[in-house]
Design a protein around this ligand. Structure first.
Ligand code: UD1
Ligand code: CA
Length: 458
């Protein structure tokens, strides 16, 4: 059986990024570049992935996890040298190896698949993924012979003026016959302008051995783009964002203004949902059908069911259930669960709070560490006093309870089902079900006193 292996090059320093953060960990649409590549390799189901790490090795390993192999390249002597670091992992195995540079986050899954299929079909020893660019500056150029077969790849810095005119470039992504690759790597030398061992030189070595060399060209020139500095990083972000947005629109999501809609790579959105301008959907956020999100919603790792409305609101790591309405100007913090047909209105903050179906917190409230039952009305200005300076405590509110405006509920405290808390109360004892609690000074009216006060002032 022909096994498939992948090598990801991620050991270079990324000097041109001028960053403390290691290059391949810079994010594009919320995900580190190298993670984009590993995810795509996983989805084309290669049998084994080896990532070459060097600078920031620990950080890269931590990002990518333990289900892949790592090879360590202590000194960055070039891309051929980097692949050679996988010798112990791969050298003798029979199969096809796809090599991907860690800084090409825009590469498409279909293209990787197409490259692999083409390589196997033509029975090549090596196949390079190429594309044609208007401005090929900085890339390796594809040199073809008179029969237009790929002969070698010349790096920009080593190219003659004539070779620099070539607009067909190497994306740095290749397929190789695994054993032929490792045999050829041993012959790569560093007699070039940069004094590096170039992976592209393997092409010339195999050409000389009369092996079949092929090129697979993608006509989407953007996907082959390498990210070497922050200008290219922002360009990659823009291209990927556009592609993500188009993907959602093609799946039946309306984006009112794609240019101001920022959706990260792994977000899922159901049909007939409308995403209004200024909205950020991040991380593992999932949105159901028929929702209206935005204007200006910022959701991270949040699950939203169907027919939910969210406006001018920030939500982190929470769940919002069917037909709930959140915002404008709400702040929903981690661990919250907002039930079906609920309302969370303006200037309401929820933290680690469960709100039962049909309940309402319409204005100006803070509910932290609370469990609120169904059909509860939480009046304007209600505060759960959840922190005593040392510990956090929970507030429990039963079904059909009514909390009057401006109540303080000092936790731990429990309000029973159907109980009624009078406005302005500071509650520090449990309220039994169906009863009413008033915890405030009684009002005294002093008749005629207003006029007396005014006289005194004079
Ligand atoms: C490389 C290719 C070039 C191609 C371009 C496509 C070489 C010599 N050049 O150029 O033909 O057109 O990519 O984007 O291969 N790396 C290591 N160890 C090293 C050196 C590099 O792991 O010793 C890794 C880097 O982390 C990076 C990748 O290899 O992810 C490519 O290196 P980079 O320096 O960006 O190569 P380019 O100059 O862009
Ligand atoms: Ca590069």
């Amino acid at each position: 059986m022909n096994q498939k292996f992948a090598v990801v090059l991620a050991a270079g320093q990324g000097t041109r990024m001028k960053s403390k953060l290691y290059k391949v960990l810079h994010k594009v649409c919320g995900k580190p570049m190298v993670q984009h590549i590993v995810d795509k390799l996983k989805s084309i189901s290669v049998d084994e992935i080896a990532v070459v790490v060097g600078h920031g090795a620990d950080a890269v390993k931590q990002q990518l996890g333990s289900d892949i192999n790592y090879a360590f390249q202590e000194q960055q002597l070039g891309t051929a040298h980097a692949v050679l670091m996988c010798k112990n992992l791969l050298k003798d195995k029979v199969g096809t190896t796809i090599v991907v540079t860690g800084d090409t986050p825009l590469i498409k899954e279909e293209t990787l698949k197409g490259l692999m299929q083409h390589h196997l079909q033509v029975n090549a020893a090596a196949t390079v993924l190429t594309t044609v660019l208007d401005d090929a500056t900085g890339y390796g150029r594809i040199v073809r012979n008179q029969q237009s077969h790929v002969e070698r790849i010349v790096e920009h810095k080593d190219a003659t003026a004539e070779e620099r005119e070539i607009r067909e470039i190497s994306t740095g992504i290749f397929c190789f016959d695994n054993q032929k690759l490792f045999a050829a790597l041993a012959e790569v030398r560093n007699d070039n302008v940069q004094g590096e061992y170039y992976l592209p030189d393997v092409i010339e070595i195999l050409t000389k051995q009369n092996e079949i060399i092929s090129a697979y060209q993608t006509d989407d020139s953007e996907e082959g783009m390498g990210v070497n500095d922050r200008v290219q990083l922002s360009y990659a972000e823009q291209v990927m964002r556009r592609k993500i947005n188009e993907g959602h629109m093609r799946n039946g999501v309306t984006l009112i203004d794609p240019a101001t809609t920022y959706i990260e790579a792994d977000v899922v959105i159901g049909r007939d949902s409308i995403i209004e301008p200024g909205t950020y959907l991040r991380g593992e956020t999932v949105i159901g059908d028929d929702c209206v999100v935005g204007p200006q919603a910022d959701l991270t790792d949040t699950t939203v069911e169907n027919e939910v409305h969210i406006q001018y609101t920030v939500v982190h790591q929470s769940t919002i259930r069917n037909a709930a309405s959140v915002g404008p100007f709400a702040y929903v913090r981690p661990g919250s669960d907002i039930g079906e047909h609920t309302k969370v209105g303006d200037f309401v903050e929820l933290k680690n709070t469960k709100l039962g179906n049909g309940s309402k917190v319409s204005h100006l409230s803070y509910l932290g560490d609370a469990t609120v039952g169904q059909h509860v009305n939480v009046g304007c200005g209600t505060i759960t006093v959840n922190y005593d300076g040392v510990k956090k405590h929970r507030t429990l509110i039963g079904d059909h309870a009514f909390i009057g405006c401006n109540a303080n509920l000092i936790a731990p405290v429990q309000i029973g089902d159907g109980a009624y808390v009078a406005a302005g109360s500071t509650i520090n004892q449990d309220v039994p079900e169906q009863s009413m609690a008033i915890a405030r000074e009684r009002q005294i009216n002093k008749e005629g006193y207003a006029a007396k006060l005014l006289r005194k002032e004079k």
